[in-house]
Write a protein that binds this ligand. Structure first.
Ligand code: F6P
Length: 364
């Protein structure tokens, strides 16, 4: 019996369950392949007792449409930095990767499919370097992985952000207000750019293009006549504030290494006030609403394609690869290549030119 372990790591994203289901369904067509799920990324293997569940068609029934992940996920801990409490109550981390590989061998696990973003990919690469059989499935709503045209979850997030712009337009127009909508996008402005175009926003502020507050003010004022009008600004959480820094806070969660972004929309409002804007400015921070709920059809299809392709790579023993979508194919990309550079918005790209052609200002 071959045993394949599936896990989800990093922040969740609509479509994770669709990938898990696709892997289980594809494997069930083979003789002698069993799928097990590891709870909370790799941490389930390292717990005592281990938290591993058998996954068959009966327990993935109905999960195609469900957001989140039935396996749970985390962006804390992991085999290379497992949190351990000291006697004095403080925390430290421990490299348990060798122990984890031994545990997997003991459990008769031949290979792992790790569904995650860039952090998960780095963990997979380091485990593969130690001899573990791993395949990755890319996941992030930010769509910032370079070797795949799209990650599942991204289009759902764009849809949610666009519906939010649509809703803000009606209230902004009724009150002659300026609305700033802060959306996710740690390093890449894809969600902001796509939802700004799809929602017909006036200004789009992204990490890749630095802005001049006077230019934004000019654009806002151009949207008003005799005090009447409105303006919609979409800003990515990772956009740099006027002092050149990202806005957020350090998390108090043990083992959480990421800087917790949030609040650049409020910083922009303060900057506009300081620059003398005379209209009423309101801020909406969309946050994790973009990551929750049902995946839209596009993301379900992509997730199914990734799940089936990842399972087939495992069946062939093509370890050390990440599945990727390169129109019109789903291909396998070696870990080193997949890790190369992030997929960011380029200022002279087609989509940025389209936005400028529609009169959307980037504040530059
Ligand atoms: O990487 C995806 C993402 O949604 C980012 O846009 C955001 O900054 C981050 O995850 C938030 O992660 P968490 O929920 O762990 O704070």
């Amino acid at each position: 019996m071959n045993r394949l372990m599936v896990l989800t790591g990093g922040g969740d994203c609509p479509g994770l369950n669709a990938v898990i289901r696709a892997i289980v369904k594809r494997a069930s067509q083979e003789k002698d392949w069993e799928i097990v799920g590891c709870i909370e990324s790799f941490n389930g293997v390292l717990k005592d007792p281990a938290e591993i569940v058998i996954l068959d068609e009966s327990n993935v029934a109905g999960i195609l449409v469900k957001g989140g992940t039935i396996l749970g996920t985390t962006n804390k801990g992991g085999p290379f930095a497992y949190p351990v409490r000291n006697n004095d109550g403080s925390w430290t981390t421990m490299d348990r990767s060798d122990e984890m590989i031994r545990r997997l061998q003991y459990m008769g696990i031949n290979g792992v499919i790790n569904i995650g973003g860039d952090g998960s990919l780095r963990i997979s690469k380091a485990l593969a370097d130690k001899g573990l059989n791993v395949i990755n499935v890319p996941k992030t709503i930010d769509n910032d992985l370079s070797s795949t045209d799209y990650t599942f979850g991204f289009q759902t997030a764009v849809q949610i952000a666009t519906e939010s712009v649509d809703k803000l337009v009606t209230t902004a127009a009724s009150h002659n207000r300026v609305f700033i909508l802060e959306v996710m996008g740690r390093d890449a402005g894809w969600i902001a750019l796509n939802s700004a175009i799809a929602g017909g926003a006036d200004v789009c502020i992204i990490p890749e293009i630095s802005y001049d507050i006077e230019k934004i003010k000019e654009k806002i004022n151009s949207r008003y006549k005799k005090g009447r009008g409105f303006c919609i600004i979409v800003i990515a959480e990772g956009a740099l504030s006027h002092d050149g820094k990202k806005v957020g806070a350090k998390s108090s969660e043990v083992g959480y290494e990421n800087f917790m972004l949030g609040g650049v929309g409020w910083a922009l409002k303060q900057e506009l006030i300081a620059a003398g804007i005379e209209h009423d400015v309101r801020v909406t921070l969309l946050g994790h609403l973009q990551r929750g709920g049902t995946p839209i059809a596009y993301d379900r299809v992509l997730a199914c394609e990734f799940g089936v392709a990842a399972c087939e790579l495992a069946l062939k023993g093509a370890w050390g690869n990440m599945v990727a979508y390169r129109h019109p194919d789903v291909i396998a990309v070696p870990f080193e290549e997949a890790l190369r550079e992030p997929h960011l918005v380029e200022r002279d790209s087609r989509l940025v030119r389209t936005a400028r052609g529609l009169g959307i200002s980037f504040g530059d």
